[in-house]
Design a protein around this ligand. Sequence first.
Ligand code: ZN
Length: 246
Amino acid sequence: MSTATSRDDWDLIACPVCGGGEFRHLFDKGGEPFVRCQRCTLTLINPRPPFAHIREHYDAAYSAGYTRKAEAKVIRARKRVARIGRDSGRWLDVGCSAGFVVKAATEAGFEAWGVDIEADGIAYGRDTLGLSRLACGVLEDQQYPAAHFDVISAYDVIEHVPDLNRFVAELERILAPGGVIDIGTPDIGHWRVPRQLAEWNELKPSEHLYYFNRKTLGRLLATHGLRIVRKRFALKPGLKVLVARA
Ligand SMILES: [Zn+2]
């Protein structure tokens, strides 16, 4: 377990949204410093533990959190797929866990793929859901062809990735002409986020590295030639946006 006294090997980063280097310290949680960029307001953990430490969070127990609720996850996945309003083409679910969205997209008529860093989730998808197009690893290592996917989904993923700009650039690179990206992430700008931010249940040391609002997410996407084309209403503090090329 990391503590405040062992931060020598932690990574101090520039703001991934605006490149700024001035941060206001908000509070520590789980021994990790939550700060706010003074230029663009992005809230993030900075400095943060090295990725090897962060990656330890994504283990069999993490995936089991999904698979033990399989029935509910399948229902939610079908709703997510139906919402896109398409029924053919190539779909990639990034951070697919056990592959529920991949399964739902396949049922809906897509040629569907998934990628996730956690091996047990992928094994569940292959063995229990019978999915063959699942890859274990990070998106940026998969070498998917350029302009390949008509729909890319990333639900509760973007707040976890170590190199945010490399990740979004890769999403843009593999997006087919006319394609859409469906993104969900906690929304720090939502009216139901506690006034005492430290009490928000979405604050997860080593796991949720960034906390977007519509403005900061839009700015990050714009850097990579993408834009938010639709923002869905969310009763809980989630930012649910459909993204396309600018
Ligand atoms: Zn910033």
